[in-house]
Design a protein around this ligand. Structure first.
Ligand code: ADP
Ligand code: MG
Length: 720
């Protein structure tokens, strides 16, 4: 198959002669723009509402809407939309023009009211609600999240003003991923503020922060469009291993080829205009796999920005004739893609509570927050695993060079050593050179760890943040962030109560903190693991330690129903019981849907593309052999045998195809939601796998000219 030419990108607007800082956020109604355009008192009222997370008063909303409309019209906007994150995981928008009838008949004027700014009313009936909303209550509301700036989406013939909103039902039920995230940020802020008070730190708020590293594959668009599996299921469902895989590992951090660099620069340009702080770009381990990482921000902004980034990656890809694959495992046998969710919490003054600190007091405080995070993972490792379970991530977790489906935390040699010393009550231990006795109950100062990163840990401490590495590349980060915030808040509450009791019993603060920290260290020991998380030994060791190990989504979905999960979400009001149940329902549905689509697509490929080609190949070879025979040329037995083998294999493929079709029909007939998921995850998945096995063998023997699909080596060959 011929490779396509790199596209002509000269028509794309280039701002690379200009400093990034000069146009960063130019397509957003940013704080700076608001300060410039709003009257002082309006701006102040807006800031206050934003800071306290309160709704805008109608008067303030009216003034902000007017300023926003004027700004948007000046930028060439014709339409506006509330932009939100329904539970499908994609973003949703419904555009309205800024027009309304003027007094003069037949004339329109541009109008945008305060009401339209702060509240929209999209028909919610087509978005999944997991049973939260009866069909007669189809209404849903979208409400502006003033913490996330409005932005402009550029179209071929004009721009659209997008207003990031939360999506709620008639009775205030959260119908999206954003509302629970905002609630969890509030909850962890309060618990952390209570903790900080013990240490004499008063702060208005504590902010959960996140920097998500996004991995993706880029494939030539023309080739991708010839693969129904890539178009409809976002991953290849068939494909023999290429002669050269990633064995040589020459791609990682290698020089970025010009075509890809042009694409990345274009993506970054779009990001910068939208105020997305794209910072790092590099080649990833697998061929044609890349990464983009932003500077970290408040978790809700990071979540909005990551959703936008995923859209930008795909749409800019098309401009460059590239198909961008965000799936966790687009190619079997090749490394998958993740999204490393880096998480920390900081005061509104910017003090990172996971930063080891300089003084003994800061070290004490650091150990407290670190212990709370360990406690969170120890109590909710199962939920952390469950919140990233999906049909796509099932192919990645536990596969080659990907985090296992067992949650553990890596702390690094020094920190681990210190925690061990605290546990033993042996703080004078100075066997590590860098540990210095600073006098508070022999509390050591914690130096930045010089040892190497552990890339095999699903949840690694990396100096001043935790890196949740098991999140899948296509997943919205809102839910994993919500889970971490909720779990850490719950752990902090527990520690706070214990500390309070120790203080009441008359203990000195430092002594009391060390008692609480020591207890947490002992309780959470099982989840600390410094070794190779990819190894078989770890699986055995983890089982011995009693850590939860949900192998796949089917197993992980059960975790959602555990009482501890209900408690961590419902007690602080992050999700009501109904909202929690609806999320579980949607996860079941999405899992089943993903597998059903894959099965349908594979059926179509096998039945209408692959098998006809294989039979045609067999026919033409048989014809050639009989021509040889009639010309009096003796046909060697080995040629006949090869043909027979291929024919037998084709027959086997036909049988397995029928079996797969039957498995799908049987699965769809299962009434009970949970039981249906189980059948999809076992017999349907197995039947797909069985068919693929034979199709891959057929590919290896089929006349390449007759094979109807671009092969792995073509899809993964360098983009030039
Ligand atoms: P790496 O983990 O690859 O060494 P970095 O340390 O630069 O790279 O960070 C990777 C990601 O972590 C980036 O998106 C970065 O913004 C984010 N990050 C850095 N510090 C924090 C923090 N304190 N809280 C949350 N995310 C952070
Ligand atoms: Mg990293």
């Amino acid at each position: 198959m011929a490779k396509t030419q790199a596209p002509d990108t000269s028509s794309i607007t280039r701002l690379d002669q200009t400093k990034i800082s000069q146009y960063f956020g130019c397509n957003t109604f940013s704080e700076r723009t608001m300060r410039e355009r709003l009257q002082k008192d309006v701006y102040k009222a807006y800031r206050q509402a934003h800071k306290r997370g309160e709704a805008l008063s109608p008067d303030v909303a009216k003034s902000v809407a007017l300023a926003m409309k004027e700004w948007a019209l000046e930028q060439g906007c014709t339409h506006f939309t509330h932009w939100f994150l329904p539970m499908t995981g994609a973003t949703a928008e419904k555009h309205d023009a800024f027009i309304t009838w003027d007094d003069e008949p037949g004339q329109v004027i541009e109008r945008f009211s305060g009401g339209q700014l702060i509240q929209g009313e999209p028909d919610a009936s087509s978005f999944p609600s997991g049973g939260l909303r009866a069909t007669f209550e189809a209404r849903g509301y979208t409400a502006w999240d003033p913490a996330s700036p409005a932005f402009l989406m550029e179209g071929p013939l004009g721009k659209t003003l997008c207003i990031p909103t939360a999506f709620i039902g008639y009775h205030g039920e959260a119908l999206d991923h954003k509302v629970p995230l905002l609630r969890s940020m509030d909850v962890v802020s309060k618990s952390a503020q209570t903790a900080l008070k013990f240490f004499g730190v008063n702060t208005n708020s504590v902010v959960a922060q996140c920097g998500p590293e996004q991995e993706y594959f880029a494939v030539d668009l023309e080739l991708a469009q010839q693969r129904p599996d890539l178009l409809f299921a976002n991953r290849t469902l068939q494909g023999a291993k290429p002669p050269k895989g990633q064995e040589l590992e020459d791609h990682y951090f290698g020089s970025i080829k010009e075509r890809v660099l042009g694409y990345m620069q274009d993506v970054e340009l779009e990001c910068f205009k939208l105020g997305i702080p794209a910072k790092t770009r590099h080649n990833e381990v697998a061929p044609n796999q890349f990464e983009i990482a932003p500077i970290y921000e408040a978790a809700n902004l990071a979540s909005d920005h990551n959703q936008l980034l995923m859209e930008i990656l795909k749409s800019v890809g098309e401009r460059h004739s590239l198909a961008i694959l965000l799936h966790e495992k687009p190619f079997a046998g090749v490394n998958g893609s993740g999204k490393h969710v880096n998480w920390s919490i900081a005061t509104d003054e910017g003090q990172n509570l996971l930063e080891p600190g300089q003084t003994p007091e800061e070290t004490l405080q650091f150990l407290y927050f670190l212990s709370a995070t360990l406690k969170a993972i120890h109590t909710h490792g199962g939920l952390m695993r469950a919140c990233i379970a999906s049909a796509g991530n099932d192919h990645r977790l536990g596969a080659n060079a990907a985090p296992p489906a067992i949650m553990s935390a890596f702390l690094g040699g020094q920190l681990n050593h210190i925690l061990d010393a605290i546990e033993k009550g042996d703080l004078a231990d100075t066997s590590t050179q860098k540990i210095l006795d600073l006098g508070i109950g022999n509390l050591p100062r914690i130096e930045k760890d010089a040892t190497d990163r552990n890339r095999t840990s699903p949840f690694a401490f990396t100096g001043n943040k935790f890196e949740f590495r098991a999140v899948g590349s296509s997943q919205p980060i809102a839910l994993p962030l919500t889970v971490i915030n909720a779990a850490v808040a719950e752990a902090l509450d527990g520690l706070n109560a214990k500390l309070e009791a120790e203080l009441k019993a008359g203990k000195d603060l430092k002594v009391a903190v060390m008692i609480v920290v020591k207890q947490a260290i002992i309780e959470t020991k099982a989840i600390r693991f410094e070794g190779n998380g990819y190894s078989e030994e770890w699986k055995i060791e983890a089982e011995r330690r009693g850590l939860p190990h949900a192998k796949d989504t089917v197993a992980a979905l059960h975790i959602w129903e555990e009482p501890a999960v209900k408690a961590v979400f419902c007690k602080p009001g992050i999700l009501s019981e109904g909202e929690l149940e609806s999320r579980l329902h949607i996860r079941h549905e999405q899992y089943q849907k993903a597998i059903a689509i894959e099965t349908q697509v594979l059926r179509q490929m096998a039945e209408t593309q692959i098998l006809p080609s294989v039979v045609a190949d067999l026919g033409s070879r048989a014809e050639s052999l009989s021509k040889l025979a009639s010309a009096g040329v003796g046909v060697p037995e080995s040629l006949k045998t090869a043909l027979q083998t291929q024919a037998t294999l084709a027959g086997e493929a036909q049988n397995r195809l029928s079996a797969m079709k039957a498995a799908l029909i049987a699965a769809e007939a299962v009434e009970d939601l949970h039981a249906r998921t189980e059948v999809f995850g076992t017999s349907v998945n197995e039947s797909k796998h069985a068919l693929r096995e034979v199709l891959d063998l057929l590919e290896e023997a089929c006349d390449a000219d007759l094979w109807p699909l671009p092969k792995y080596w073509e899809l993964l060959s360098p983009l030039v």
